[in-house]
Design a protein around this ligand. Structure first.
Ligand code: ADP
Ligand code: MG
Length: 290
């Protein structure tokens, strides 16, 4: 019977790490013809590593120690990388007061009496003037597919850290599997245009960059108004509204608790190809019913 087929489909998915929250979600998954992915931690490993440290004033160790202080309480993938780098160099991390995550921008807090911000060049540029030479350094790092976080102290840019996050091993194959099913693929990212295009071009995916969490939600709504059935795949860090706006919100393995709560489905093993597998499972299950 129909409920039995749905239950069987859900069970087959669960055994393969494809968590689908009920028959209505399975039905919606069948109709998906566009999939929008986050970049960091979704299309990429989400395990960036620090590649460059550039101090505009003072030394690299001081720059990194203050950056690490700000990131101490952050769950963002960039935070782990910065903390690991500081630990690897045996740096003492000063305490931070009033630490705050600014969605899609970076982190702020007070360290050793100074009001600090660490985050995207765009967000840093709104808090401090970046010299042409500093901007040129940022542009070159971005063109190499690296993400840059700029440290600002009391309205002055202090330096930057560049990080690279490699695409997941199966990202290319997973996107190709979706395209082979006639499904449109997009990357929605808060990262800057240059970095995002460098990664997007390598993977062959449409790119929308420089987005705030609210922009991602707006784009999902626009795609839906165009008549597309849109799945949004993300780790949910700052992106819960976009997950909720999608026809089907899919949390990527190792995602945050909030993502797992907001999402309609989850791919627990963190494989891009599992998104294609989940849609294929929904289509196959529903074919047995209709
Ligand atoms: P994505 O869409 O790639 O997941 P986010 O929206 O999480 O990106 O973040 C957008 C940008 O904001 C990052 O590329 C980075 O420059 C900056 N950023 C956000 N959070 C942090 C953080 N904790 N530390 C440093 N930079 C951050
Ligand atoms: Mg993110």
């Amino acid at each position: 019977s129909t409920p039995a087929a749905i239950a069987a489909g859900l069970a087959v998915g669960a055994r393969r790490g494809l968590l689908i929250k009920g028959g209505a979600v399975l039905e919606a998954l069948r109709t998906i013809n566009a999939v929008a992915f986050d970049k960091t931690g979704t299309l990429t490993e989400g395990k960036p590593a620090v590649t460059d440290l550039v101090a505009f004033s003072g030394d690299e160790a001081g720059l990194l120690a203050r950056a690490a202080a700000l990131e101490a309480g952050s769950t963002h993938p960039l935070a782990s990388a910065i903390l690991a780098e500081a630990a690897g160099r045996g740096l003492a991390i000063p305490p931070v007061q009033a630490a705050a995550a600014l969605g899609g921008e970076g982190v702020s807090g007070t360290v050793e009496g100074a009001a600090l911000f660490l985050g995207s060049p765009k967000a840093a540029g709104a808090r401090a003037a970046l010299a042409a030479e500093q901007q040129a350094t940022i542009d070159a790092l971005n063109a190499a597919g690296k993400t840059v976080a700029v440290l600002v102290a009391d309205g002055r840019a202090q330096g930057l850290t560049a990080l690279r996050d490699e695409p997941r091993a199966d990202a290319q194959a997973g996107l190709d599997a979706l395209k082979a099913e006639g499904i449109r693929t997009l990357m929605l990212t808060g990262d800057n245009e240059r970095t995002a295009q460098a990664i997007g071009a390598a993977l062959g995916i449409e790119v929308r960059a420089g987005l705030m969490p609210a922009d991602k939600q707006r784009i999902i709504n626009e795609l839906r108004r165009e008549g597309l059935k849109v799945a949004k795949v993300g780790d949910g860090i700052n992106d819960a509204p976009a997950l909720a706006a999608a026809t089907v919100g899919i949390a990527m393995g190792g995602g945050t608790d909030v993502a797992l709560e907001t999402a309609d489905a989850a791919v627990l093993h963190g494989r891009v190809g599992d998104v294609a597998a989940m849609i294929a499972l929904a289509r196959a299950t529903m074919r047995n019913i209709h």
